[in-house]
Write a protein that binds this ligand. Structure first.
Ligand SMILES: Cc1cc2nc3c(=O)[nH]c(=O)nc-3n(C[C@H](O)[C@H](O)[C@H](O)COP(=O)(O)OP(=O)(O)OC[C@H]3O[C@@H](n4cnc5c(N)ncnc54)[C@H](O)[C@@H]3O)c2cc1C
Length: 423
């Protein structure tokens, strides 16, 4: 049988796998259960407007993702992402900006120049960050709360703990210190632009999954939307995939679904039992994004601000970023105990910075299983499975990042390469 590969799941990992295989000349079919590509990073329509299921930020260190986005958009098209040097502005209490110095001097200079910290706190932060960047041996079992225990309370409240929640979507008392250290290192320990913040200037489906699917079709690949794979049947020389109305034979399959959806698909393949068991230990954390439309003439002074004293960690000005005038997006990560009125509370957080006037409409989107909780000693499976014809891709497979777009695209490339080696 000529290689005919099925990719199950059209999130950023599945789209990357399908594209990488198609570009290597392999015949691929991408199955996506929903009507829209992008999975946990996708566009959603709301009363004639395009929003995202969740406001996303990319880091300058996300080299795989940035390279894919760059490659798929014509050089002459307007910038897809807005690049800002790392700044954390939380008026009136705190402000940190990293100047364009070589890394990690830019972080140290940012910490020493931060507003809202005493000199004692600045030196404590700089010493701690320096030790974290240079310490290879953070034990696997420690949490972020444990490694920040000796830092001044204000630093933890304003800086380290909000960074942990935003980067790992896990509260510091549960979050893996080792993964936190790895994220800080990849942002601050390489080149200075790695810590840049990149804000999508188009909806998340248009940013990567849609152009990836268009390229896939040009290369002869097939994209099946609204096609939920309901079962796998593995024989010695092929894998049969069933959807509600089709049954198709493939030489290989890449399962690029979220970890919480793996168990159902793995159930009929005994070789996948170890992976299924590993992933069944995962716990999940929500992320809420609240959109609030104010007067279109209203805008924030900057494209984003950090917020304190309530459920939201950030507010984004979609007017400046996307041209959606007067629309703000509030983000609450690790949002396990949100009240029904969380968006009202987030608006009250904003009132400490500016009064935007009355809201015209509000829309809250809560992704209950946004990412797995990034806890110490978390098992993360390889893209290779014990079954020689079945591979995995997704933000939870083994890799240097927590559940992020970068871990999804890295795993997609890795999975495609592992499969190509077996052909
Ligand atoms: C609200 C929110 C905010 C986030 N913010 C950030 C951020 O700021 N920065 C960042 O880097 N990351 C962020 N993330 C994380 C990031 O979005 C994810 O890590 C990434 O999108 C995961 O991609 P994936 O392809 O691995 O999985 P998924 O996106 O979950 O893709 C899996 C796909 O498989 C499909 N599927 C499932 N079962 C089947 C089936 N049986 N048959 C066919 N298809 C199936 C699903 O519909 C889905 O499209 C955020 C996530 C959320 C939810």
């Amino acid at each position: 049988m000529n290689p005919r590969v099925a990719i199950v799941g059209g999130g950023w990992a599945g789209c990357t796998t399908a594209l990488t295989l198609a570009e290597a000349g392999v015949a691929v079919t991408l199955y996506e259960a929903s009507r829209t590509l992008g999975g946990r990073a996708r566009a959603v329509e709301f009363e004639g407007r395009t929003l995202d299921n969740g406001q996303h930020i990319l880091l300058g260190a996300y080299e795989q993702t940035l390279q894919l986005i760059d490659r798929l958009h014509p050089a002459a098209s307007p910038d897809q992402l807005w690049r800002l040097p790392l700044t954390l502005d939380q008026p009136p209490d705190f402000s940190l900006a990293c100047p364009r110095l070589p890394a990690p001097l830019h972080l140290l200079a940012g910490l020493l120049g931060a507003q809202g910290l005493s000199w004692q706190e600045k030196f404590a932060a700089a010493r701690w960050a320096h030790a974290l960047l240079n310490n290879a041996g953070t034990p696997d079992q420690l949490t972020v709360s444990q490694i920040t225990r000796d830092q001044p309370e204000k630093l933890n409240r304003l800086l380290w703990h909000p960074l942990c929640v935003s980067a790992l979507n896990t509260p510091p008392e549960m979050a893996s210190a080792r993964v936190f250290r790895d994220v800080i290192r990849s942002a601050f320990g390489g080149r200075n632009h790695h810590s840049d913040l990149l804000l999508p200037r188009r909806d998340l489906t248009a940013l990567f999954p849609a152009p990836a699917a268009a390229r896939l079709s040009e290369l002869g690949g097939a994209v099946r939307l609204s096609s939920r794979v309901t079962a796998l049947e593995a024989a010695a020389d092929s894998i049969t995939l069933r959807t509600l109305d089709t049954s198709t034979c493939h030489s290989h399959v890449v399962l690029a679904v979220a970890p919480q959806h793996l168990a159902g698909l793995a159930a009929t393949v005994p070789e996948l039992e170890p992976v299924r068991l590993e992933v069944s230990s995962y716990r999940y954390q929500p992320i809420a994004t609240g959109y609030v439309q104010y007067d279109p003439a209203f805008h924030l002074e900057k494209p984003l601000f950090a917020l304190a004293g309530g459920p939201a960690q950030f507010v984004f000005d979609r007017g400046q970023i996307y041209g959606q005038a007067g629309l703000l997006a509030f983000v609450a990560s690790a949002a396990a105990n949100l009240s029904a009125d969380w968006l009202g509370q987030a608006e009250a957080q904003l009132q400490r910075i500016v009064d935007p006037g009355p809201a015209r409409w509000r829309k809250s989107i809560v992704e209950k299983q946004a990412t797995y909780a990034c806890v110490p000693n978390q098992p993360r499976p390889s893209v290779l499975t014990p079954h020689p014809r079945i591979f995995l891709a997704g933000d939870y497979t083994a890799g240097p990042y927590p559940a992020t777009l970068e871990s999804a695209t890295l795993s997609g490339v890795q999975s495609a390469r592992a499969l190509l080696e077996k052909l």
